[in-house]
Design a binder for this molecule. Structure first.
Ligand code: FAD
Ligand code: NAD
Length: 404
């Protein structure tokens, strides 16, 4: 009997979790498993703000995919997906194509810029290792240039972060932590540096616990972050941004603009004909795409409704990893043509937002945490994600152990 081809697109949290579970569940003779990823490495998207701010080397946030897959069972293809041809059950890659019987789409997130002029051209988005490295180097370049130029442009020392969601706040926490050392390194007076956070909503971290939000704002303000709340970015250009608050429009000159104000699913999803809202497909409970018996969509390319409030769950690594576990089980059911597919139900254990190296806020199992305990919890969560994919070996290699 011909073995079915199971093809998994994307080696992020969702894809890698699916593959590492599937390789334990299926025997070599049951299916051909292929994982496709752009890079030969996986990166922890949840650590990219650290690499972007330069508080962690970019090599620390990534590890080789080969080190966590069973190469007797999984064929790894390093290539970029360009589209999915679901009518002919094919995936088109930059350098070839693959046929599938069962497909998993886990191609992750990209920036949603809502059509705001100039953002794509002039702002960075914390999207992957390449951009994280670029953001870090760009900030350093601005500081070095400021010191070297005769007619000093102080705006080179201004960094604007658009959005005070979890990404924006975590990035600001790292930047604020690094700033004293960066200023020393480039002989820049720290009073001249501006870290500005522009948030359209009236509060930071909209919807999060107000007491913890106040703690975060105070902490970041103490470290020099300026907040412009109820203020939306309207345009971005090479030397800064235009914002508006009610009817007032202001121009802010800045050497670095980082857009952390929105994500969407990978645009390949809708370009390939799947019905999607901002690249996210409202999947069945089995994680199959509606109308498909052979295409699972997981991670940030999927949309799962929280039935208690009838709104989508925010896209997170926590959900992506849990989906990977269910997806692997459901693939095994399809491959063996026996058993019942599992219905996916997110088990949200909480949220922790770091505020730099040794501070954080969070709600975990319904308990509020702040300061050191929250920061330690964040590291436990980060290590747990490593453990779930690569066991103790990966934790020892990449884990975070500086708890105090
Ligand atoms: P990704 O992790 O984005 O992985 C997608 C993979 O697909 C990548 O390996 C990418 O290289 C690959 N890929 C993309 N396009 C192609 C292509 N065309 N061809 C081949 N391969 C491709 N969530 C939490 O739960 N907790 C947190 O603390 C947290 N912190 C975050 C911090 C930051 C700074 C950011 C930006 C996000 C954070 N999130 C957090 C959200 C979380 O990172 C995402 O929800 C999660 O990464 C989604 O997982 P995924 O597998 O769907 O996608
Ligand atoms: P987000 O959508 O959660 O937050 C974006 C913020 O930008 C919002 O507060 C929004 O009001 C603001 N905004 C939108 N348009 C704006 C404009 N024109 N000008 C100024 N502000 C504007 O995005 P995110 O923070 O990148 O998070 C993406 C996903 O990743 C979320 O699901 C989040 O939960 C998850 N995440 C989780 C963690 C964590 O658990 N520690 C960390 C980072 C990200």
């Amino acid at each position: 009997m011909r073995k079915p081809n199971v093809v998994i697109l994307g080696g992020g949290y969702a894809g890698l979790m699916t593959v590492t579970r599937l390789q334990k569940q299926l025997g070599v003779n049951e299916a051909n498993i292929t994982l496709v990823n752009k890079n030969e490495y996986h990166y922890e998207s949840t650590w990219l703000h650290e690499a972007s701010a330069g508080t962690m080397h970019h090599d620390r946030v990534r590890y080789s995919i080969a080190s966590v897959i069973d190469q007797n069972k999984v064929h790894f293809v390093k290539d970029a997906v360009t589209s999915i041809d679901s009518s002919n059950k094919k995936v088109i890659l930059e350098n070839g194509e693959l046929s599938y019987d069962i497909l998993v789409v886990g191609l992750g997130y990209e920036a949603e810029t809502f059509g705001i002029k100039g953002l794509k051209e002039h702002a960075f988005t914390i999207a992957n290792v390449n951009v994280a490295r670029q953001i870090k180097e760009h900030i350093e370049y601005q500081f070095a240039t400021y010191k070297a130029e005769v007619e000093k442009r102080e705006e080179r020392l201004t960094i604007v972060v658009g959005g005070a969601g979890f990404t924006g706040i975590e990035f600001l926490g790292e930047l604020a932590t690094r700033m004293p050392e960066l200023c020393r390194e480039y002989d820049v007076e720290q009073e001249k540096v501006r870290l500005i956070c522009v948030e359209a909503a009236p509060t930071v971290l909209p919807g999060f616990d107000p007491e913890l939000v106040d703690y975060a704002v105070e902490h970041l303000q103490r470290k020099g972050v300026e907040f412009k709340l109820g203020t939306a970015i309207k345009e971005c250009f090479e030397t800064g941004i235009v914002v508006s608050k009610e009817d007032e429009v202001e121009e802010i000159k800045a050497g670095t603009v980082v857009w952390a104000a929105g994500v969407r699913g990978n645009s390949i999803v809708e370009k390939s004909g799947f019905e999607a809202m901002r690249g996210r497909v409202k999947v069945e409970k089995t994680l199959l795409a509606p109308g498909f018996k052979d295409v699972f969509i997981i991670g940030d390319c999927s949309l799962v409704i929280n039935e208690e409030i009838n709104r989508p769950y925010p896209p997170t690594a926590q959900i992506a990893m849990q989906q990977g576990i269910t997806c692997a089980k459901n693939i095994a059911v399809l491959v063996r043509e026996q058993g019942q597919m599992e219905e996916f139900a997110p088990d949200i254990k909480g949220t922790v937002c770091s505020l730099g190296e040794d501070d954080a806020i969070g709600v975990v199992f319904g308990r509020k945490l702040k300061g050191m305990p929250a920061s330690a919890m964040k590291k436990v969560i980060d290590n747990r994600a490593l453990f779930m994919v690569g066991g103790p070996t990966l934790v020892l290699k990449k884990g975070k152990f500086k708890f105090l």
